[in-house]
Design a protein around this ligand. Sequence first.
Ligand SMILES: [Zn+2]
Length: 206
Amino acid sequence: MSKHMLTSRERIIETLEARPGELCDDCLSRIADVKPRQQVNIICRDLKQRGRLRRERAICPECKRQKILNTLIGLNNKPQPDEIEKVSEVRENEAQYHVSYRSAAESLDSIRRQLIVIMNQLDSPHNQRLGTAAREGFSDRLTRLADSGIIPTNIMISMRMLNAMRNAAVYRECLIDDKDEELIDLAFQIVLGWWNKRRIENERLA
Ligand SMILES: [Zn+2]
């Protein structure tokens, strides 16, 4: 249900990002729920043209058939272990976070990785052990955490917006203007403000 709040393109990106490896058009159509299958083909070809996706013949890990498989080419910066330290050091008033990044896409990708670190810390060890978190896309996981009351609705909205902006910047090469940047900045401040307050409260209770 929640995935229909996303565009077909976002569902494809989130599905491919959530799983290790690659998928054929048929499996992608079914798992991302993007129909008809031709729509998947059009979006994947477009992503390929933008240099954001590889299409190569191999055995699909899902249907085990020899097919053309789609693999995303992201910004190629997986979460670093020290990023986990970084998030816990982030303070509410650090508005300068984006200055040192080379581009809006990298900046947004970094924000998204920090949001994932936050979700990792919020998610129960039970879900992480079961691998639920690993199989879900960013949006489905966010919805689950909001539905279970762990993330407040307004924070969920800011996080969703940041993730949508990041997907657009990374995979669509959309340009971020000054106003967008203000919005991104503010949304990230809202999330960090909540996160820091929550941490301080938890420390006091501990
Ligand atoms: Zn397949």
